[in-house]
Each structure stands twice: as structure tokens, then as C-alpha cells.
Write a protein that binds this ligand. Structure first.
Ligand SMILES: [Zn+2]
Length: 444
């Protein structure tokens, strides 16, 4: 009887990965006052509209971008030059950009110590807008959209640059989002051109509001949006996935589950509301061009939005304040979202990559055999499974010294399976679902 209970516990208890003091230290270093100072500075540029003035030293997107560049350089000075700052630029035109305009992103790269081609990205957009998306001169403070995301990116750089990680971290401040995700496209091109193996893009867009249009207050959740099936799926892959499952197991979705688990463990009174969608209904963000390029990406967004603040001329109307003003940002809340981003980056960059390929076999057998390719830097692995209707991975078995495991009396027909990689010091990667539907590094 005791043996039976032990076996049951071994097979069915959810994993407890090792407690990581590093993640508590990283979370503890995020400071709401620092976030406040960043957004106040950004608001001070008047407008950061993509088509606004770029020559002024005090107003417009050019001055704002140069300030971010200098801020990254300053942070880099404090870590012995650990950041390489670049401002990729491309002339773009199209919807909402009538004449060719320089789209400029500001990127700070913290090169990984042992696995520098693996890249973890955090992004936010610096550009702003008012009611008329073509109005490039009116004051457009956009403290929340997306001063909050930009502040989270810079704060992550400040906190994480004090540590060294096996994988590379990229802090990305993007332009042109409000005109049509131009800066996100530029980031995706830059990543491909530099042969980055992007394992995750954490895109932060409106992450500082806690008072909803309807008066509802939510200070304890952040939404994490993730696509269910891959943007780059081929018709043949889609056919296999429709038949065998994988609708809710893209790498982006398993990244969202990874973030959900970190919040539950390392943050107090703060949790993830996973949304099984690429973005809010019929709306978009800079994670979308990254997904289109085949990179796993999620969107962080405040739990509740305030539509009197988003994309509005700053004004008082019938006693209601319209416009995205500094006073409306909840900095303690933004600090929680920033902590979650920073610990996610630290956890991903400290862990080995998920196995490049995961396979399952076992049709017409009571057992399932899970096999995978070895992941560089992995000391062990964990095979995970869950009921096909469950939201989260529930069951696991650790494996060391092998890249295959046969699960006795776990039939392939009734469960979904995945594998994570674990470092010698207990950092665990996200779970990778088998085949092209779940691969963090796509085969094509
Ligand atoms: Zn935005």
C-alpha cells in the first residue's frame, strides 16, 4: 500500500523545480520610483509620434529615442560595458506613414556567456498618438501606451545587467507601433539578420493601468496573450496538428504557462491570467511580426484597460479626464509586471534551451515512449504530461542520463506530452510539445 502511494506520488505530483534565490533577488531590485522617473521623462518629450520632429533636443520621437539610447549606455557603464547599444534604422512607408520615414528601434544587447546565439527579448514601444493617428504635433503623453512598456524594458536592463547569464538578453524599445507595427517588423528582421535564435519575445504594451473604464480595479493580475497555433505553420503541419492535437501548445503558449508558473511561485498577490489568443480581440501589437518570423512571443497587458485614456486627445470633457496621462499610471502595479518580466528573462536565460525536437510513440500500446534531442547545457530533463483538456501541465517524471522515457500504462491516446530541459543548478526551460506545432526552434 505504501509502495502504491509512493508510485502514485512519483507519477502524479506536479514538479517543484529548484527554488532560485537569483529570481527573488531580481524581483526585489525592481523599483517603482525608477519606473516613475522613466515615464515622467518620456512624457516630457511632449509627443513621441512616429512622424513627429526628430531634430529637436527636447520634443518629439527623435529626442526620446536618443534619451533611451543614452540611458542604455549609462546602464552599460555600470556593468563594465555589458550592453551593446544599437539603433537599427529603416525607411518605411505604408498605411499611416504617407511618405518614407525613418523607423528607428533602440536595442541594448547583453551577450550571453556560454550560449550567446540563444536570445531572450523584452520589448515595448516608445511611439505615441492621440485621437487622430496622423496628428504628429499635439501633446501625446502616452504614459501607459506605451511609456509603461518602455519603462519596463529599461528597468529590466538596469536590474538584469548586474548579473551574467548563459543566453543573450535583448532590451528592445520600438517605434512605429501605432502606425502599423513597423518597429516590430524591424526587430524581427534584425533578429533574423543577426541569426538570433529567439526563444522568447516578451512584448509589454499597456502594463500600468489598474482602473478600468467601468470603474473596476485590478491590481493583482496581468494578462499574458499567446497564440494557440503557429503563425508559420504549413498546411501539411496544420493537417497533422488538427488530427493529433496541438491547438493549444505552440511554443508561445508553453512560454505563457512558464510565465504563469513563475508568477505563482515568486510573486506575492500577483498572478497571470493567460488568454488563449494572440492579442486582444481584433487588435495587435509588436509580438505579431515576431510570431510571423517564427519566434515564440507573448504579449503582457494590464488586466483591465481604460478606454478614456487610450488613443485620446488630452482633454477634460463633462468632468472626465481623457488622455494617457502620467497621473493615471499605477507604479506599484507596473513594478509587479516588470518583476515578472525580469524573472522570466533571468529564468529562461539561466536554463538550457528546450530540446530541439520532441517525439512521441506508442500507438496500439498501453505505454508511451517520449524521446527528444539532447539540449546543450542540460544536466537532466523532465517529461511532462497532462489531460488533453487541462490548461496546465500536471504530471511529470525527471530523467537523467537518457533522452528517452517509456511511461508505463500512460496511453498515448489520452494525454498530451512534452519535455523540458533542466540545468545542473535546477533552472528548467519551458515545456516543448512534440513536433512542429510545439518546436521552439522551427525546422523551416
Ligand atoms: Zn501600444
Amino acid at each position: 500500500m505504501r509502495f502504491a502511494i509512493a508510485v502514485f506520488v512519483l507519477l502524479c505530483a506536479p514538479a517543484m523545480a529548484a527554488e532560485q534565490p537569483l529570481l527573488r533577488e531580481v524581483a526585489g531590485a525592481v523599483d517603482p520610483r525608477d519606473l516613475h522617473a522613466t515615464i515622467a521623462k518620456l512624457v516630457g518629450f511632449g509627443t513621441r509620434h512616429t512622424l513627429s520632429d526628430t531634430s529637436s533636443k527636447t520634443r518629439g520621437i527623435g529626442a526620446a529615442r536618443r534619451w533611451v539610447h543614452d540611458r542604455f549606455v549609462e546602464i552599460g557603464r555600470h556593468c563594465g560595458g555589458c550592453l551593446t547599444v544599437d539603433m537599427p534604422e529603416q525607411s518605411m512607408s505604408g498605411e499611416r506613414i504617407p511618405t518614407p520615414t525613418a523607423i528607428v528601434d533602440v536595442l541594448a544587447v547583453q551577450r550571453g556567456t556560454t550560449d550567446p546565439d540563444r536570445v531572450i527579448v523584452i520589448s515595448g514601444h516608445i511611439d505615441s498618438r492621440v485621437t487622430d493617428p496622423m496628428n504628429a504635433t499635439a501633446d501625446a503623453p502616452d504614459a501607459d501606451d506605451d511609456g509603461s512598456g518602455t519603462a519596463a524594458v529599461i528597468a529590466a536592463a538596469r536590474v538584469l545587467s548586474r548579473h551574467k547569464f548563459p543566453a543573450t538578453l535583448v532590451y528592445a524599445v520600438l517605434s512605429g507601433e501605432e502606425q502599423g507595427l513597423y518597429g516590430g517588423k524591424l526587430l524581427a528582421q534584425y533578429a533574423a539578420a543577426h541569426h538570433w535564435q529567439v526563444e522568447a519575445d516578451l512584448n509589454n504594451d499597456i502594463v500600468g493601468n489598474t482602473l478600468g473604464t467601468n470603474g473596476v480595479i485590478d491590481k493583482t493580475h496581468v494578462r499574458v496573450f499567446s497564440e494557440g497555433t503557429r503563425s508559420i505553420e504549413t498546411p501539411a503541419e496544420a493537417e497533422r496538428r488538427r488530427y493529433n492535437g496541438g491547438e493549444v501548445d505552440s511554443p508561445s503558449r508553453n512560454l505563457a504557462r512558464f510565465i504563469d508558473g513563475l508568477a505563482a511561485r515568486y510573486l506575492d498577490d500577483f498572478s497571470v491570467r493567460m488568454v488563449y489568443r494572440t492579442d486582444r480581440f481584433s487588435r495587435g501589437g509588436d509580438q505579431v511580426p515576431m510570431l510571423a518570423a517564427g519566434f515564440p512571443a507573448v504579449r503582457f497587458t494590464e488586466a483591465i484597460e481604460n478606454y478614456t485614456r487610450e488613443h485620446q486627445d488630452v482633454r477634460m470633457e463633462s468632468g472626465v479626464q481623457y488622455g494617457d496621462v502620467l497621473a493615471a499610471v499605477d507604479f506599484d502595479y507596473l513594478a509587479q509586471v516588470t518583476r515578472l518580466n525580469a524573472i522570466t528573462m533571468a529564468a529562461l536565460a539561466s536554463a538550457p534551451p528546450p530540446p530541439a525536437t520532441v517525439k512521441i510513440e506508442g500507438a496500439v500500446s498501453p505505454d508511451t515512449t517520449v524521446s527528444w534531442s539532447p539540449a546543450p547545457g542540460a544536466a537532466s530533463y523532465r517529461v511532462w504530461w497532462r489531460d488533453t483538456t487541462a490548461l496546465r501541465w500536471s504530471d511529470n517524471q525527471p530523467v537523467s542520463g537518457a533522452t528517452t522515457l517509456t511511461l508505463k500504462n500512460v496511453t498515448i491516446d489520452d494525454w498530451f506530452f512534452g519535455v523540458s530541459s533542466v540545468s545542473a543548478d535546477g533552472f528548467e526551460s519551458p515545456v516543448e510539445f512534440p513536433g512542429p506545432a510545439g518546436a521552439f526552434v522551427p525546422a523551416h
